[in-house]
Ligand binder design. Structure first.
Ligand SMILES: [Zn+2]
Ligand SMILES: [Zn+2]
Ligand SMILES: [Zn+2]
Length: 275
């Protein structure tokens, strides 16, 4: 399985829209991996995770065949993960598609309702949406996918995904802090160490304790807990993503060294990990 991180920032991007803070100035001056767009990932060039406004920019920058991608998992309905207005661009005439296979979106309730509203408004056939059920594996393309509840703004119906194929398993877990009890209960049933776990590190070296995102210290503790319940071991690759300009020591150049000392890989826009 191969994951490509198309975007690795929180909602504002780094540098953030309209922002004049020091982290944004630094990121702009340093450029390269220090610049981050809104979160999105692509598995094996065929399974998208999330559909932010930056989808268009990712499509230009990485030149992947968006026309040929027919499956997209939505983590939750915040606009840095779901910008459903752009689905209108798949209407016949706005897009001239040779392959009329619909693009199918999988989402929990709020994202489902938002996508359904666009489909209904334009009577679209080029987009479909399916309501996911939590803690219940389902098939998407050649993958077995399970959504579990995330600890994040409840009105956005947040989930994180366990994605399996050919004996390899990825846990894509951002926009969540430490999981709610029902999700820990599901994770414990997996009974095997996963190959790769991608965690939220929104606040980097910050000290925040709020529900919804994580800091580096909390990622370190979460890794221990995931090992303790048997979902990870020393071979599991841990990658950190979804960074905010409000984080501390958040520039890639600085943070990736700190995280690397504890064997975490720091994601950047364009990073590919194969396992
Ligand atoms: Zn987010
Ligand atoms: Zn800023
Ligand atoms: Zn969010």
């Amino acid at each position: 399985m191969k994951i490509k991180y198309l975007g690795t920032a929180a909602a504002e991007g780094i540098p953030a829209l309209f922002c004049e803070c020091d982290n944004c100035k630094k990121a702009r001056a340093l450029g390269g991996r220090n610049v981050r767009t809104r979160s999105q990932a692509l598995i094996d060039d065929k399974l998208l995770i999330d559909f932010p406004a930056d989808t268009y920019m990712h499509y230009l920058q990485y030149n992947f065949p968006l026309q040929k991608i027919h499956s997209c998992l939505i983590t939750h309905s915040h606009s840095d993960h779901l910008y459903e207005e752009d689905l209108e661009m798949r209407i016949d005439g706005f897009a001239h598609l040779t392959d009329k296979t619909p693009m199918v979106f999988y989402s929990d309730t709020d994202g489902y309702n938002r996508i359904k509203a666009v489909i209904d408004k334009y009577k679209m056939t080029a987009v479909e949406v399916r309501q996911i059920e939590l803690n219940k594996p389902f098939k998407v393309e050649d993958y077995t996918v399970t959504a579990i509840r995330a600890a994040h703004g409840a009105s956005s119906s947040p989930v994180v995904y366990i994605i399996e194929k050919d004996g390899k398993t990825l846990f894509y877990s951002n926009d969540t802090s430490e999981y709610p009890e029902e999700s820990w209960a599901y994770l414990k049933t997996l009974n095997k160490p996963l190959d790769m776990i991608s965690l939220d590190c929104t606040e980097a070296m910050g000290k925040c304790t709020y529900v919804g995102h994580l800091t580096f210290d909390r990622c370190v503790a979460l890794r221990e807990e995931l090992k303790r319940v048997g979902v990870a071991d020393d071979k599991t690759r841990f990658v950190l993503t979804h960074f905010s300009h409000n984080g501390v020591d958040v520039t890639y150049d600085k943070f990736s060294k700190i995280a690397g000392e504890k064997t975490f890989l720091t994601a950047y826009d364009g990073l590919e990990v194969e396992f």
